[in-house]
Design a protein around this ligand. Sequence first.
Ligand code: GDG
Length: 460
Amino acid sequence: MKRLVVVSNRIALPNETKPGGLALAMQAALRECGGLWLGWSGQTAERSASELKRMQADSVEYLTFDLSKPDLEDYYAGFANRTLWPLFHFRPSLVDFARACYACYVRVNALIADHLAALLQPDDVVWVHDYHLIPLGALLRERGVRARIGFFLHTPFPPQELLTMLPVHRELFETLAAYDLVGFHTPDYVRAFRDYALNELGAEINEQGVFSVRGGRHSFRVADFPISIDTAAVARAAEQAANQAATRRLQRSLEGRALVIGVDRLDYSKGLPERFKAYGQLLAEHPEHHRRVTLLQIAPTSRGDVPEYQQLRGELERIAGAINGRFAEPDWVPLRYVNKPYHHNSLTGFYRLARVGFVTPLRDGMNLVAKEFVASQDPDDPGVLVLSRFAGAAHELGAALLVNPHDIEGMANSLRAALTMALADRRARWREMMDVLQRQDITAWRRSFLNALAGPGLAL
Ligand code: GDG
């Protein structure tokens, strides 16, 4: 049996519960077929990746490395999060490019490749994740690695007009040709990659859809694999969480008001200022909702050392203060804005209590919160999902109320429609979305990627 080797910037150690679908999916895949997971420890040290720390649990080996503070600054906070992240999320004005940061990004990837190349066996199947590690495949090939290597991008992939703004776009993106399989969340991102590869990399695509880059030695496949959640487990957790103290306390505090919920990392891609404004607009235009509704926005801080994130935090505090200042009553706070993270199971209980899931990113690769909200609902009395058309999840969840997050009035109208939607309509929409999530869950995602990469026989 082939061994699976997963590489991602952050990893979840066996005793850790990391939020999000990626960690869960990788833990399950590695448990099924055994293997190795390599990533940054989350710690800094004098020198980057000078050694690997090993931890074994059952048939899975966890390997972590530290990063020096300057490398963390230039590779992670710099090129990954201040250049690629805004570029991939359609925010060119936030792109901050410095050649020194790019050089550091490639150097850190090369350090990882050095360690990995020494560990790999020819039969291994390597799965590399996300924008932090784009050149890793090519760096492994340079070191003589011939194993099958796949890459999955968790963010959107924007059109070529945006990508070409990056001064090093060609040298960076042509490294994708070193992989055997490149995966994206949606057909739109695959199309954007295809256009970019044809027009900028001089790629050729044969009748079977196999890409090759002129002059390159390697051919590769490109396809969409929409990531999902462990639908059955989330539904179970939500049902159980309904009786937990945290859920009951929230329920009591609502005093019968309709709950609108948002849960997002505090990130400018998530459209939080626009969301708050849309809620303010609803309250301004429709006083009949005063005292009848509460918006709970959970937004754990993220990348707090990147200046754009600090600015966003200030902006949200101002808007939240303005909304509460204008509409609150001594016994009603319309907007509860919380920067703390919560246990994942508690979140499912909160989702189940909510009448509306308000998920309105300006751009999002997929958005797992939208899927978790749907899976958490009570089938007899489900809440309504209001979802940005610019989240990858909109591709599968067309039965949500789809909104344009740049249209504040439109979002306010959809929020009102969600709050007043009849039970039969709520049920029909929920059923349609839940059917999708039951068919296309996290196991289906992982298997379809690994089957496409390695053929059946791995992780089945
Ligand atoms: C990236 C892409 C893509 C949130 N708050 C808490 C918490 N969470 C969990 C959610 C969900 C996860 O974090 C967030 O996933 P999203 O998909 O919504 O967003 P990103 O973090 O931006 O993820 C995204 C994803 O990768 C997977 O490919 O969908 O587009 O940007 O699972 O529930 N979990 C806990 N406490 C919190 O307070 N425990």
